[in-house]
Design a protein. Structure first.
Lengths: 112, 112
């Protein structure tokens, strides 16, 4: 399968713990995006990378969130000191330049 | 930034009937409008998109129309089938394609 993959698919954690998610984009895609989706809502933009450079961050991305794409390939999204309000589906997407974005299956985070 | 509104939020149709979902956007500079289908537990999947240099685009049973003057675009699904049941999202780019703003989604139920 050459689509966008995300790991893990599900994560349950206790409030205050740190979690890290991984996204592997489609191999030739130079742009990678992170979105968050809560129940009954559309995905909301968090941040995006062009190659290894993080070019934009949403106001939704508090100081507890950090994303990296160290070699311009896979990306990680870390949430420190998780809160119950962080419970959501975290979606990764990739594109080649400004072409259409292809989404992965998401990581569903539940913070107890 | 871009503001995308989507209606209706839920839609039930009999198998074989047509379904129409409508969206409006706020940024007159937007010129690319994708539609995504999201099935339960999966990431959004691009099903069709339209660019502002055309008013309509068709792909088998689905079509999208765009009215740039009125800043609205619509998704049309003809001869609906039970497998069309899903949540559909319209979207429009923000910041020159750097990110995509999604509508709030339409839950389509096709009744056999």
């Amino acid at each position: 399968d050459t689509g966008v993959s995300q790991d893990p698919r599900h994560k349950i954690t206790k409030r205050g713990q740190n979690v890290t998610f991984r996204c592997d984009p489609i191999s030739e895609h130079n742009r990678l995006y992170w979105y968050r989706q809560t129940l009954g809502q559309g995905p909301e933009f968090l941040t995006y990378f062009q190659n290894e450079a993080q070019l934009e961050k949403s106001r939704l991305l508090s100081d507890r969130f950090s994303a990296e794409r160290p070699k311009g390939s896979f990306s990680t999204l870390e949430i420190q000191r998780t809160e119950q309000g962080d419970s959501a589906m975290y979606l990764c997407a990739s594109s080649f330049g400004t072409a259409e974005q292809f989404f992965g299956p998401g990581t569903r985070l539940t913070v107890l | 930034g871009e503001n995308v509104e989507q209606h209706p939020s839920t839609l039930s149709v009999q198998e074989g009937d047509s379904a129409v979902i409508k969206c409006t956007y706020s940024d007159s500079a937007s010129n690319y409008f994708p539609w995504y289908k999201q099935e339960l537990g999966k990431g959004p999947q691009l099903i069709i998109d339209i660019r502002s240099n055309v008013g309509e685009k068709k792909d088998q049973r689905i079509a999208v129309t765009l009215n740039k003057t009125a800043k609205h675009f619509s998704l049309h699904i003809t001869e609906t089938q039970p497998e069309d049941s899903a949540v559909y999202f319209c979207a429009a780019p923000s910041g020159g394609y750097q990110k995509v703003t999604f509508g709030t989604g339409t839950k389509l139920q096709v009744i056999p």
